[in-house]
Structures are given as structure tokens and as C-alpha cells.
Design a protein around this ligand. Structure first.
Ligand SMILES: [Mn+2]
Length: 555
């Protein structure tokens, strides 16, 4: 079995070293080698065009360069040259490799999915099959499907100069292999990779990625850090301009109500002096005017997480100290310019038409409507049944301390690191922590819910005294719940940067993973008054949720 040893061990050591004391990831089982693992094919224009075919085996990406690309045509055999194993972090890399470096050029994620070994022993041992020079795999990708065979033709055990005894020391990167597709239901005569040139990750071609790359691979850095973002944060990339200073001045000149000209719209605003959030000690209370100002100021940052999604509004028209209620239906008196979506599947009596915050003035309108909390759907309106995130909700119980919750969050951090999954934490603004995992669209809510359930149950088994799996709050004995059931259509978690109904107007704030080790971190520390300075200092720590969509690895 190939292992994650050798040079990859260096990456691992560095990453583990960077972490302060935390529960060991050793409690988590490695991905089952008999189960389904991931594969990726990257179209790589280096000195010569080739396709890098990578299979996840034993914690690394076992790789071949296929000059003409894989094909579904069973009458064609492609030459495939074994190259060095790549770190798992390379799995979803798309971008540029600097000229002059090894492999300098541009890379797209041409296909990705999962695979299973076939006829590789019982239990299957794909690493041993590779060593023996023949591996049969069933691929479940977007482009590549059906059974493929890798066969070594030279440079290995059956090659000219290498004896069987030397096979463990063989330099496998010199091997020549053949790649072919079997005659099966997925075979397509005349199928050519070059006729299918777009990335399954971004929909872009190599030319388009080269012209406007988002990431660069820095091979001098540890794999976990090597994919360097080249783009500005999405708030800027989305081209929502900051609210005009004149608009903020106008808001301050309005008395208790009036017409506000903001983001190119005329908004009727009311009750501007009303206190919506009681004061924290030593602070002034937060009025509706303050909330509208915040909505306008945060819109460029918050909008990328809300656009294209139905919005469930949590309204507190009488303030955070009174009872709130869900309001999903866009009211008939709403201005005509407000973007909206009518759910074609809504039954009579269910919400028909939702607000969609596709422009910044729509967020200000929602705030004026008393929507203190903003909950965008997990799926987009163009495919409401396909989530774009998987969600982990660390929901504290009555006896769960903040330290307990941090233990749970750190265990999840270890799990994601172990799996090579990009995941992004935020504090809720109340007592909890959520983790959002951006995914390439495809899995259903059943899939994401099952995946998060398996992950969280594995984590929960490490600390059974902290976690309850009971459905009813009063049966949980005050323990925390790892709430995978939020992965369902029209279930929502509070959006990043949304205010929460509590004194001082705390907001749900993205955090860096290392902040879990900051003794000063609190789940409700950041408010509508302080989040701006944090953003100016740290940027949008959630940006990867928008940019790093990934397939979920099998669990
Ligand atoms: Mn390559």
C-alpha cells in the first residue's frame, strides 16, 4: 500500500506543528481503502499539453501524465507516463504555475469524481495492483465514467532493467503505462477529451483561466498553503461598491422617517429612532437607523453569500427584546424593483415568493422591514434541490461551556485537515459555532446530510460526554448537539455578517481556524459596531466559501 510517507510526511509534520495542543486526529479512521476514493483529471498546459490523471490511494494522489487525454473510446489506447505522487491538497487546484517552475503553465480541473478498484484482490488493494502493473478502476466522474484499465508496459517489474527484488526501490516516475476504457455501457466510440475542454469546477477553459487566474500554485510552500489566492476578496470581485458617503449623510439627516436614496434606489424608511437592540454595558443601544447604516455598509461583503438565493427573514419589528417570527413571503406592498423568486414547487398555503438579495438596496429594504436576521438558502434558486454548501452546526446545550464547544470545533478542524477538505468556521453571534463547507454542486441534500452526519458522529464518539444525539432539547441533558439535519432544502443557518437579536447587535462573524486557540475568542464578541474594523484588518475570512467549491471525499 502506498503511504502518505516520504516527502508528503514533511507537509503533514509542518501542518501538525502549526497547530497548538488539540485533540489528536488519530482517533479518526483513515478513508476506507476498500471504499470509494476520489479522482481528478487536470488539463495542464505546460511545455506540452497533457492531462494529469490522479487517483487517491493511501493518502496521496497517484498520478500519470496522459499526453492525449483519457478517452471513453474502447478501441483507443493512450500512453500514460507515471509521475510523482502529488499531495491531496492538489486535488482541486485550478490556476497557474509560475513560468520557470516545474510544470509552469495553466491547469484546470477537467474532471473529478470518485472511483473504486475492480479485480484488485479481496479485500481490494489498489496499491498492490499498481505495483503488479495492472489496475482496473470504475470511475464516477462528470466526463469519465465506466471501467478503465491502467497497464504498465515498461520501466517496471516487467521492464528491461529492473528485477523483481528491486521493485520497491524502483523509480516509478520513469514508467510507461497504457490507459484504456473497457467495452461497457459507458463506452463511446470516437470520444475525444479535447472536444470537452471546460473545467468541471468553474466551467472555464484553460485559456480563460490563464487570462484571469484565481489561484497560483507555489511549489516552494507546504501543500496546505501552496494554492495562493490571486484575486481580491469576492466582495470586491462582485463589484458591489461601498455605500456612498452622501447616502450615509442623508440617512443621518432624516428625522424619524423619510425617503432614503441609497444604492440607486429610493427607499421609504421608518421608525429610525426606535431601539432595536438593547445596549451592552457602556454602549448606546442600537437603533433602527444604526441597523440600516450597518446593512448599507456591510452589503458589499455580505451580498455574495445571499445573491441568487431565497432569503428567509427573521423579523423583530419591535426589537430584539420582543418576540420575533419568520417571514418568508415577500409582501404585496414590497417595491416592484425588489428581486424575487417564486418557488414553482410551493403548495397552496406555503410561501410562494421570496426576496432574493441580488442588489445591495434589497438588503437595506429587508432591514427596514424589521429583518434583523438574514438566512439565505443553502441552495441557489436555479437548482433549489442541490446545495452549494454542507453545514456543520455546533449547537451548545444548557450545560455546554464555551470550552466544550471549542473542543468540538477543534475536533472538526482536525477532521477537515485529515480529509483535505476546505471548511470555514464562524461564530454565530449567540453561543454557537458553525462550519460551512463549499461543494461542487451535484450531491443532494440527502448526500450532504449523510456526509455531515457520518463526520459529526465520528467526531462525537471521541467526546461522548459532550454530545447528545437526542432530537428533543429536553432529552439532551444540557449536552451539545451536532446538528446535521440543517442540511435540507429551505433549512437555513444564519448568513455570515447577519446581526443577531441580542444586546449590542452581535453579528455572525467568520473566524480563522487558529482563532479557536485564542483565549479571547467569544461567540458573540463582534457586533455591528466592531465588525467593520475587523474586516478592514483581516479581510473576509469566509471568502473561500465562494471560491473553493470541492467534491466531498467519501467517508
Ligand atoms: Mn502536469
Amino acid at each position: 500500500m502506498a503511504s502518505g510517507g516520504g516527502k508528503l510526511a514533511t507537509y503533514r509534520r509542518k501542518r501538525d506543528f502549526a497547530r497548538t495542543p488539540e485533540p489528536s486526529g488519530a482517533a479518526l479512521p483513515p478513508p476506507d481503502p476498500r471504499g470509494t476514493a476520489r479522482f481528478v483529471v487536470q488539463r495542464h498546459r505546460a511545455r506540452r499539453l497533457h492531462y494529469d490523471f490522479r487517483l487517491e490511494i493511501g493518502g496521496v494522489l497517484v498520478s500519470w501524465a496522459v499526453p492525449k487525454g483519457p478517452t471513453l473510446d474502447p478501441s483507443v489506447r493512450r500512453a500514460a507516463f507515471k509521475v510523482e505522487d502529488h499531495p491531496i491538497e492538489y486535488f482541486d487546484f485550478e490556476g497557474i504555475i509560475p513560468a520557470g517552475e516545474y510544470g509552469g503553465g495553466d491547469v484546470i480541473v477537467w474532471d473529478a469524481g470518485t472511483w473504486q478498484p475492480h479485480e484488485a484482490g479481496d479485500p481490494p488493494d489498489p496499491a498492490a495492483a499498481l505495483d503488479a502493473g495492472e489496475l482496473h478502476v470504475d470511475l464516477y466522474g462528470e466526463k469519465l465514467r465506466g471501467r478503465f484499465v491502467f497497464v504498465r508496459t515498461s520501466g517496471g517489474r516487467y521492464g528491461s532493467s529492473t528485477s523483481k527484488r528491486d521493485s520497491s526501490k524502483r523509480d516509478s516516475s520513469k514508467e510507461e503505462w497504457l490507459l484504456l476504457h473497457k467495452h461497457d455501457d459507458e463506452a463511446v466510440d470516437g470520444w475525444d477529451a479535447e472536444d470537452h475542454p471546460r473545467s468541471v469546477l468553474s466551467g472555464r477553459t484553460n485559456d480563460e483561466v490563464k487570462a484571469d487566474p484565481e489561484r497560483m500554485w507555489r511549489s516552494d510552500l507546504p501543500a496546505a498553503l501552496a494554492a495562493v489566492l490571486l484575486k481580491p476578496p469576492p466582495s470586491e470581485a462582485m463589484d458591489v461598491e461601498a455605500v456612498a458617503p452622501e447616502a450615509l449623510e442623508e440617512l443621518d439627516t432624516l428625522r424619524t422617517q423619510g425617503t432614503w436614496h441609497v444604492f440607486g434606489r429610493e427607499l421609504r424608511v421608518t421608525n429610525l429612532e426606535k431601539v432595536l437592540f438593547p445596549a451592552r454595558p457602556g454602549e448606546n443601544p442600537v437603533t433602527k437607523r444604526d441597523l440600516l447604516r450597518y446593512a448599507a455598509q456591510i452589503a458589499p461583503t455580505a451580498l455574495p453569500y445571499l445573491t441568487g438565493r431565497a432569503l428567509n427573514m427573521h423579523r423583530y419589528p419591535n426589537g430584539a427584546h420582543a418576540k420575533g417570527f419568520w417571514h418568508k413571503e415577500l409582501p404585496t406592498h414590497a417595491p416592484e424593483w425588489l428581486p424575487r423568486w417564486t418557488n414553482p414547487e410551493a403548495d397552496p398555503g406555503e410561501t410562494q415568493t421570496y426576496l432574493v438579495v441580488d442588489e445591495p438596496a434589497a438588503l437595506v429594504w429587508a432591514a427596514n422591514f424589521g429583518a434583523l436576521e438574514w438566512h439565505g438558502w443553502t441552495s441557489r434558486i436555479d437548482e433549489p434541490h442541490l446545495p452549494s454548501y454542507a453545514l456543520v452546526d455546533l449547537d451548545p446545550g444548557g450545560t455546554t461551556t464555551w470550552e466544550d464547544l471549542l473542543v468540538l470545533a477543534r475536533l472538526h478542524r482536525t477532521a477537515f485537515e485529515h480529509l483535505g477538505v476546505h471548511a470555514f468556521p464562524k461564530v454565530t453571534g449567540r453561543r454557537g459555532i458553525q462550519i460551512w463547507i463549499p461543494i461542487v454542486r451535484g450531491p443532494t441534500f440527502d448526500d450532504t446530510r449523510g456526509w455531515v452526519e457520518r463526520l459529526s458522529k465520528t467526531v462525537g464518539r471521541v467526546v461522548p460526554d459532550l454530545v447528545s444525539w437526542k432530537w428533543q432539547v429536553d432529552e439532551r441533558g444540557g449536552l451539545a448537539r451536532l446538528d446535521y439535519t440543517q442540511n435540507a432544502i429551505n433549512k437555513t443557518l444564519v448568513a455570515p455578517y447577519s446581526p443577531r437579536p441580542a444586546p449590542g447587535a452581535p453579528v455572525s462573524a467568520p473566524i480563522a481556524w487558529e482563532e479557536l486557540d485564542d483565549p479571547g475568542l467569544r461567540p458573540d464578541a463582534f457586533t455591528v459596531r466592531s465588525i467593520g474594523a475587523r474586516l478592514a484588518e483581516k479581510g473576509d475570512l469566509f471568502a473561500g466559501v465562494l471560491h473553493q467549491a470541492q467534491p466531498l471525499p467519501p467517508l
